[in-house]
Design a protein around this ligand. Structure first.
Ligand code: FAD
Ligand code: NAG
Ligand code: NAG
Ligand code: NAG
Ligand code: NAG
Ligand code: NAG
Ligand code: NAG
Length: 617
C-alpha cells in the first residue's frame, strides 16, 4: 500500500467515524465518501483485456429489436449530437446504441478524471510496443484510455475546449479535397453547440445559448501574470485561442458548468424525447450489409441477449476512432488483404485503420518555482470544488494554454501547444496513470506544491500508424499502433517546443518567479550531457506518450483508394451508411478533438437532414 492510498483510507476512516453537527456537514460527508470510495475502487480495479464481459451470451436466439429510421452507434462526442439533432424531427424514430453504461456524480469532477481510467468507463486499451517513443513506459506501451460510457470520451476526458486553427479546416478542403469543410463553413457548427459564459472573449467566434456550456475556471493565485508576461517577452500575446487569433497565450476554456463537467451526454441527451431510444450496455458487433451493398441494420448484444435492429433510412457509426474502425472491419469493410488474412469476407475494400494519427506529448517537463500554489489535501480540494474553485475544476489541472510555430508567420497554424498546470502530477500518479516504469518513476521527483507542469504537444505529426484486428471475433480488442515519433520531423519539432520552454525560463517574468527547469535523471540518458540537445531527444523518446487525440482511421476524401468516407461522410461504395466521429478527420487539428468532433456531429446531422429533405427542422 503506498502512502497515497494510506492517506485516503485514513481520511475515509476519519470521515466515517467523524461526528457531523449539521445537515450541510452530513451532505459533504456523503459526497466525500462517494469520492473517496470511487478513488479507492480504482486501486483494485482490473481492466478487462477483451470484450468477453460485453459478449457474455446466455441465449443464442437472435431477437428482433425493431425498425427505426436511423440507428446511431455510440453516444460519444459526435453520436450524442447526431442523435439529438436527428430526433428534433419528431417524425423520425432514432435508436442510439451505447456499449457503456450511465455516468455518475464522480465523473462530474474534471480534476479527478484520471481515476476513471481504472473503471468500467474505460475500454482499457494500450498501444502496441513502440519503437521511437514511450521507451520509459512499462512494456514501451502507452496506456490508451478510451471512453466506454454515455458521453464517450467527453465523460472521462480533461474537458479542455479547443477547436483548432482556420487553416486546419481549409486544408481539409484544399489538400484533401473535401468540399464543405472550410473554416468559414464549419464555424457555424462550432457556434451552434456552444454556450460560452466566460469573458473576455472574441464574441464573433462564440455561440451563446447552445447546449454545451464553456467557461473559464477560477485562477490559481499568482500563476497567470508571469506566464502571460513571459510569453509577451517572447513576442506572443494574450489571446482567445478559439477566436480571431490562435497563436499566443490564453486561459483554458473548459467544458464546465459552474463546477461540473459538461459532457456530450449531459449537454445533448438530458431531455428525453419519445422518438429517441437510448439503449445502454448495448455492444454492436456487426453492421448488417446486404449483397447489393446497402446497410440494413445492426446486430448488438445487451445483457447476454443478441438483437438485430433495422434502419429504414441510415446507420450512422459514431463509435470513436478505434471502435468505428473495428466495427467496419468486423462488418467486411476494410483493407482486402488484412480482412482476408483473418477470415472476414470482404464487402468493400477500403483503407480502414490505415491512416491513424495521434497527438503525442512529453510528460516530464516541469518548472520548479519558489512559489507555493497548492498544498491542500483532498478534503480541502473538494471543499474548494464545491465553491467552484480550482484545482479540481479543471482536467489535468490545466490552466493556461499557449500555441506557437517556429520560423513561420504567426498567422499560420501552430506546430506546438503548451499547457500549464498546477498542481502537476506526482511520481506515484505518473506511474499509475501514465504507465512510467519504476526506474523512471524513481527519478520523477516533482513537487506538487511548487512546480508548474508543462505539456508540450506535437500538433501536426508526420507519423501515422494503424488500427488492425487481432481476429474476426468481436471479443478481441483491436491492435493500436500509433507509431509515435517515427518521422524525424516529429522529434525535431517537439524539441523546438522544448527549446521554447527553455527560453521562457530565461524571461524576466519567469526569473522573478525563481523558475528553474527540473532536471530528471532518466536512467537511459545518463551517458549524455544533461540539457544538451541529445539528452533532451533521449528524454523525448523515453517519456513521450499519447495526448489521447487519435483520429483518421476512417479518413474523409474523394478517392476510395486512400480514404474511407466522402465529404458527406458516406462510406465509399456502401449505401445508407455514414461515419460521424473523430475517425473521419483527414488530418489532426491544432488543438484538442472534443470540439471538432461535436462540430462533425452537428454538420453530419445537417447533411443527413438535407439528404432526406428535412433541413428546415
Ligand atoms: C482521457 C481522455 C482525455 C481527453 N482530453 C480531452 C480534452 O481535454 N479536450 C478535448 O477536446 N478532447 C480530449 N480528449 C479527446 C476527446 O474526448 C475525443 O477525441 C472525443 O471524445 C472523440 O469523440 P468520438 O465521438 O469520436 O468518440 P467517443 O467520444 O470515444 O465516443 C464513442 C462512443 O461509442 C461507444 N462505442 C464504441 N464501440 C461501440 C460499439 N461497438 N457498440 C456500441 N457503442 C460503442 C463508446 O463506448 C463511446 O461511448 C480526451 C480523450 C480521452 C480519452
Ligand atoms: C486535511 O486538512 C484539514 C485542515 O487542514 C484537516 O483537518 C484534515 O484532517 C486533513 N485531512 C487529511 C486527509 O489529511
Ligand atoms: C493495459 O495497461 C493497463 C495499465 O498498465 C493494464 O492494467 C492492462 O492490463 C493492460 N491491458 C492489456 C490488454 O495489456
Ligand atoms: C457471464 O455471466 C455469468 C452468469 O451471468 C457470470 O457468472 C460470468 O462471470 C460472466 N462472465 C463474464 C466474462 O463476464
Ligand atoms: C462512485 O460514485 C457513484 C455516485 O456518483 C456511486 O454510485 C458509485 O457506487 C461509486 N463507486 C464506488 C466504487 O464507490
Ligand atoms: C515541496 O516544496 C516545498 C517548498 O519548498 C517544501 O516545503 C516541501 O517539502 C516540498 N515537497 C516535496 C514532496 O518535496
Ligand atoms: C523568488 O525568487 C526570485 C529570484 O531569485 C526573488 O526575487 C523572489 O523574491 C523570490 N520569491 C519568493 C517568494 O521567495
Amino acid at each position: 500500500m503506498n502512502l497515497f492510498v494510506f492517506i485516503l483510507c485514513l481520511t475515509l476512516f476519519v470521515i466515517r467515524s467523524g461526528i457531523t453537527s449539521s445537515d450541510e456537514r452530513g451532505i459533504f460527508t456523503k459526497f466525500m465518501d462517494m469520492v473517496l470510495s470511487n478513488i479507492s475502487a480504482t486501486e483494485s480495479y482490473i481492466l478487462p483485456t477483451d470484450n468477453s464481459e460485453l459478449l457474455n451470451i446466455t441465449n443464442t436466439i437472435e431477437n428482433y429489436y425493431g425498425t427505426f429510421d436511423f440507428i446511431v452507434i455510440g453516444a460519444g462526442a459526435a453520436g450524442a449530437v447526431v442523435a439529438n439533432r436527428l430526433s428534433e424531427n419528431l417524425k423520425w424514430k432514432i435508436l442510439l446504441l451505447e456499449a457503456g453504461g450511465q455516468d455518475n456524480d464522480f465523473t462530474k469532477i474534471l480534476g479527478l478524471s484520471t481515476y476513471t481510467y481504472f473503471s468500467d468507463f474505460n475500454w482499457g486499451y494500450n498501444t502496441t510496443t513502440q519503437k521511437h517513443a514511450c521507451q520509459g513506459l512499462k512494456n514501451k506501451r502507452a496506456i490508451f484510455p478510451t471512453g466506454k460510457v454515455i458521453g464517450g470520451g467527453t465523460t472521462i476526458n480533461a474537458g479542455l475546449y479547443s477547436r483548432g486553427h482556420p487553416e486546419d479546416f481549409n486544408r481539409w478542403v484544399e489538400v484533401y479535397g473535401n468540399q464543405g469543410w472550410s473554416y468559414e463553413e464549419v464555424l457555424q457548427y462550432f457556434k451552434k453547440s456552444e454556450n460560452a459564459v466566460f469573458t473576455p472573449r472574441d464574441v464573433d467566434y462564440h455561440g451563446v445559448g447552445g447546449y454545451f456550456t464553456v467557461d473559464y475556471t477560477s485562477d490559481t493565485p499568482g500563476l497567470e501574470p508571469p506566464i502571460i508576461e513571459g510569453f509577451q517577452e517572447l513576442g506572443l500575446n494574450y489571446v482567445d485561442y478559439n477566436g480571431r487569433v490562435q497563436n499566443g497565450i490564453a486561459k483554458v476554456q473548459n467544458a464546465l458548468k459552474r463546477n461540473e463537467r459538461v459532457s456530450s451526454a449531459s449537454a445533448f441527451l438530458k431531455e428525453p424525447r419519445r422518438n429517441l431510444e437510448i439503449s445502454l450496455n448495448s455492444f454492436v458487433t456487426e453492421i448488417i450489409i446486404s449483397a447489393d451493398k446497402v446497410a440494413q441494420g445492426v446486430k448488438f448484444v445487451r445483457n447476454g441477449q443478441i438483437f438485430t435492429a433495422n434502419a429504414r433510412k441510415e446507420v450512422v457509426v459514431s463509435a470513436g476512432v478505434i471502435n468505428s474502425a473495428q466495427l467496419l472491419m468486423l462488418s467486411g469493410i476494410g483493407p482486402r488483404e488484412h480482412l482476408s488474412q483473418i477470415g472476414i469476407p470482404v464487402k468493400q475494400d477500403l483503407p480502414v485503420g490505415q491512416k491513424l494519427q495521434d497527438h503525442c506529448y512529453f510528460l516530464a517537463f516541469y518548472y520548479r518555482t519558489n512559489h507555493t500554489f497548492y498544498n491542500q489535501n483532498i478534503t480541502e480540494q473538494l471543499k474548494l470544488w464545491i465553491k467552484n474553485k480550482r484545482p479540481l475544476t479543471s482536467g489535468f489541472a490545466s490552466e493556461m494554454i499557449g500555441f506557437t510555430n517556429f520560423g513561420q508567420s504567426q498567422e499560420k497554424r501552430p506546430e506546438i501547444e503548451f499547457i500549464f498546470s498546477t498542481p502537476g502530477i506526482s511520481s506515484d500518479q505518473a506511474q499509475k496513470f501514465l504507465g512510467l516504469t519504476e526506474e523512471n518513476a524513481a527519478v520523477f521527483h516533482t513537487n506538487t506544491s511548487t512546480d508548474i507542469w508543462v505539456i508540450p504537444s506535437l500538433l501536426h505529426p508526420k507519423s501515422r500508424g494503424t488500427v488492425t484486428l487481432k481476429s474476426k471475433d468481436p471479443k478481441d480488442r483491436p491492435i493500436i499502433d500509433p507509431n509515435y515519433l517515427s518521422e524525424k520531423h516529429d522529434i525535431d519539432t517537439l524539441y523546438k517546443g522544448i527549446e521554447f520552454l527553455v527560453e521562457l525560463s530565461k524571461t524576466r517574468a519567469f526569473k522573478k518567479f525563481g523558475v528553474e527547469i527540473l532536471i530528471m535523471d532518466y536512467p537511459e540518458c545518463r551517458n549524455l550531457e544533461k540539457l544538451s540537445e541529445n539528452w533532451w531527444k533521449c528524454a523525448l523518446t523515453q517519456l513521450t506518450t499519447t495526448f489521447l487525440h487519435p483520429a483518421s482511421t476512417n479518413n474523409m476524401g474523394p478517392d476510395p483508394k486512400n480514404s474511407v468516407v466522402n465529404a458527406r461522410l458516406k462510406v465509399h461504395g456502401i449505401k445508407k451508411l455514414r461515419v460521424a466521429d473523430s475517425s473521419i478527420l483527414p488530418e489532426l487539428t491544432s488543438g484538442h478533438l472534443m470540439a471538432p468532433t461535436m462540430m462533425i456531429g452537428e454538420k453530419a446531422a445537417d447533411m443527413i437532414k438535407e439528404d432526406h429533405g428535412n433541413l428546415s427542422v
